[in-house]
Design a protein around this ligand. Structure first.
Ligand code: ZN
Length: 306
């Protein structure tokens, strides 16, 4: 497969690959909630339609015999109207292509760990069989067990007027028939080096993923902190979050653990900052010291290619 291999990080005995389902365009205001544009546009420049570039990162963790994939991106089941609405790139199977560049096939994935079931995380759980749009769907990862928080599954299968726009049954329903869906309640260990922890706020039971081995650690924040700036500033909470006050509480709790363990942080949606580490200055300010940064062209919303 052509293209450069995605970032590969060694965390003690485990190897992590930061994959991407590709960048898309999203409403800038929605990502910053009550924060006025005059402040957030210093972080990411919107285009004339107020849209900003957003990444959809996933993580592949190699640990022992396990290949654990965290989240699956938008996938390819949206029709032309929704693809346009979400500003999706024209390429298909973006995550699968990235997985291949990392050296793996969908069949190799043993566990798919879902942070939650919103459309931009869960769309790639399944795909159209034989690429027949509107036909039956099949699991993208045929040998994997898909792990979902039980309360998240309840929320997704009983959506309200607001959440129905992001919970698509096509993304998980077929997995109940194939026996691949596994429900958990609360934090869970996946072998000696991988564990989840719930961080309610964005949804009722959003989960973040820790990788810890030989004194090193990595934290995949999911939608607990979309961009680095969301972790730096407590009140910067996306309008997508169902319970913004709980989002702030979750970030406070995570920050305490982060300062203690100094993990490499992976930001799922930040268009520029892929990874970094959090530091606290003497005047109580929090700053993400960037480690892996993406093509700065994506910082200039007006010039970006979509
Ligand atoms: Zn979400």
């Amino acid at each position: 497969m052509a293209g450069t291999a995605p970032p590969r990080l060694q965390i003690g005995e485990t190897t992590c690959h930061i994959l991407s389902d590709g960048k898309h365009r999203a409403d800038g205001g929605a990502f910053f909630g009550v924060v006025p544009r005059i402040l957030w546009e210093r972080v990411v420049q919107p285009d004339a339609r107020n849209m900003i570039p957003v990444d959809v990162r996933c993580l592949l963790i190699e640990t022992g015999d396990q290949k654990i994939l965290v989240d699956t991106g938008h996938g390819d089941k949206f029709d032309a109207r929704l693809r346009k609405r979400y500003g999706l790139p024209p390429e298909r199977e973006r995550l699968i292509a990235d997985l291949s560049r990392a050296g793996f096939a969908p069949e190799d994935v043993t566990t798919v760990l879902m942070t939650h079931l919103h459309a931009d995380h869960a769309g790639g759980m399944t795909r159209w069989r034989d690429q027949v749009e509107g036909g039956p769907v099949e699991p993208v990862f045929p040998n994997a067990t898909y792990i979902v928080q039980g309360r998240e599954y309840d929320a997704a299968t009983h959506p309200n007027e607001r959440t129905i726009a992001t919970y698509y049954p096509d993304n998980w329903q077929v997995l109940t028939g194939t026996g691949q869906l596994c429900m958990v309640m609360g934090g869970h260990d996946f072998g000696p080096h991988v564990r989840t922890e719930t961080a309610a706020g964005h949804t009722d039971s959003l989960q973040v993923v820790w990788v810890e081995s030989e004194g090193e650690s990595l934290l995949f924040l999911g939608d607990a902190a979309n961009f680095a700036v969301h972790l730096e500033r407590l009140p910067w909470v996306p309008a997508f979050d169902e319970m913004p006050i709980l989002s702030m509480e979750a970030k406070k709790r995570l920050r305490t653990q982060i300062l203690e363990k100094n993990p490499l942080l992976v930001f799922q949606h930040d268009p520029r900052v892929v990874t970094g580490r959090l530091v606290q200055s003497a005047d109580e300010r929090f700053t993400v010291v960037e480690e892996i940064v993406e093509d700065p062209a994506w910082d200039r919303g007006r010039d970006a290619p979509i």
